[in-house]
Design a protein around this ligand. Sequence first.
Ligand code: HEC
Length: 101
Amino acid sequence: MRVLALLVALSVAVLLAFDLGPAEALPPSAESGAELAARWCADCHMEQRSDAPSFNTIARRRSLDDIRASLTKPHARPMGGISLNRREIDDVSAYIKSLNH
Ligand code: HEC
């Protein structure tokens, strides 16, 4: 539990730090993207429990711009649609692309 509290405090600190700086100037963070993906996308894209293509497959098939473009559209209707802000789109796209090694 203490570890969890520490993690929460850390995330808040990171979020605050991001808010203070000019968000546009920050490069996309594949690390934040990975956290976001684990929370919002894993059920469909990482567990192979649905017909969604895996992120590995997407990384191989699509360019970074394609991924970003598809995330700006409403997505995944079964879940009521997920909408990400620009920063989140950049981060999660960078993460997906980083899987393509
Ligand atoms: C409820 C299940 C579900 C969730 C949750 C979900 N997706 Fe998807 N996603 C799909 C399905 C199904 C497709 C393929 C059909 C489509 O494009 O609508 C897809 C397609 C995509 C594509 C385009 C793939 C391609 O090659 O055209 C991207 C990129 C993507 N998802 C990213 C994400 C990200 C990032 C998240 C989390 C923020 C996410 N998805 C959450 C089900 C889901």
